[in-house]
Design a protein around this ligand. Structure first.
Ligand code: WQD
Length: 346
């Protein structure tokens, strides 16, 4: 049975990916510093999958602790989610973002090299397409960054290309997520942002349950049909299954590839809101305000390469995303409340 180390495995996308890995028969080891996740998630992943797994509370800035995880486990591959990921926060704290995201990844790759682990699936983001206007974005589109978070992702993609040049036996799959939303159909795991959500869908869900009186719509003067921003929302379970596909791809051949994980279909803010209102039966009061700094008008994926090379296509609709978000939100109005401690290794 193949053992996969999942860094950031207690996070939103990480936990959904662990469920899919366990379902697919992989042995999972979670490494997480719990700076943006709760241990309750581990219990939920265990109860959904019916499988047990080890979890290490480790920070990727502690290279000795990373080594210990590799010493104690026969790791065959790594899926690397762990990192800081809030665009706005990255503008205020660039040093923290570069330190955690870059140094943490370097420590991880050095441990992989030391222990002969050559298969890596790396969590990147559509944000590396910068202020491109030529949608849908293909993987060959020009890359740029407009904030330290996006720049850290772009720098890491370049670093991984250099690692592959030096070690052509590695298999590195770079996955560029568009807009991950939704939750597992059980309603047991979902997005649990710390504080007030920056992203649209969790904020809309919190308006729907009455945690906020209205939603601010950041601009309705974009060059789009209804003037509001268009994004490629992709269900987090589809995204998780895309990681399993990328892992399978890394089994066969060495190489380094980037793949867009999106649906290829863009929806505007107003379309998202009306879908959420229909699914939840709740009104979402809105206020049009000025554009948010750094936002672009349209972002959606050309998904042909992931379909062709990974055999992956998103299956879930915008309605599914809203329905599963709403179920998670109503079942967990205050996010993860600790019910049961799960043994983790310190
Ligand atoms: C979506 C649309 C907003 C909030 C970000 C990161 C990206 C990735 C996903 C990490 C836009 C509008 C939003 C609100 C609004 N994160 N909006 N009111 O900005 O496309 O992507 O999250 O990898 O790197 O950049 O997602 O959900 O913040 O915004 O009107 O309160 O909703 O203007 O058009 P975004 P988002």
């Amino acid at each position: 049975m193949m053992t996969v180390l999942v860094t950031g495995g207690a996070g939103y996308i990480g936990s959904h990916t662990c469920v899919e890995l366990l379902r697919a028969g992989y042995k999972v080891i979670i490494l997480d510093n719990f700076s943006n996740s709760k241990q309750e998630v581990l219990h939920r992943v265990q109860s959904i999958s019916g499988k047990s797994f080890k979890c290490y509370q480790v920070d990727l800035l502690d290279s000795m602790e990373i080594r210990r995880v590799f010493v104690e486990n026969n790791i065959n591959a790594v899926i690397h989610f762990a990192g800081l990921k809030a665009v706005g926060e990255s503008v205020e704290k660039p040093l923290a973002y570069y330190h955690h995201n870059i140094t943490g990844t370097l420590n991880l790759c050095e441990a992989m090299q030391t222990f002969g682990v050559r298969r890596l699936v790396f969590s990147s983001s559509a944000t590396v397409y910068g202020r491109n206007t030529c949608v849908p974005f293909t993987e060959e589109a020009p890359l740029s960054a407009t904030n330290p978070y996006g720049r850290s992702k772009l720098m890491l993609e370049n670093i991984l290309h250099d690692v592959y040049k030096a070690h052509p036996q590695w298999s590195i799959q770079i996955l560029r997520y568009f807009n991950p939303v939704g939750a597992h159909e059980s309603g047991h795991i979902g997005e649990d942002p710390l504080g007030t959500p920056n992203n649209l869908v969790p904020y809309v869900a919190q308006v729907a349950i009455g945690r906020h009186p209205y939603l601010n719509i950041y601009g309705n003067d974009y060059d789009t049909p209804d003037g509001t921003g268009i994004r490629d929302y992709v269900h987090v379970v589809d995204l998780a299954q895309g990681h399993v596909k990328a892992l399978e791809k890394s089994k066969d051949d060495a190489g380094i590839n980037a793949y867009n994980l999106g649906t290829g279909q863009g929806y505007s803010v107003l379309e998202l809101i009306s879908t959420f209102e229909r699914i939840s039966g709740r009104q979402i009061p809105c206020k049009i305000v000025e554009r948010r700094q750094g936002d672009i008008g349209e972002s959606y994926a050309n998904v042909a390469k992931a379909q062709r090379e990974l055999g992956w296509t998103a299956q879930k609709s915008l309605e599914d995303m809203c329905r599963d978000t709403w179920r998670w939100q109503t079942q967990n109005p205050n996010g993860y409340q600790v019910k049961k401690k799960v043994a983790i290794r310190h």
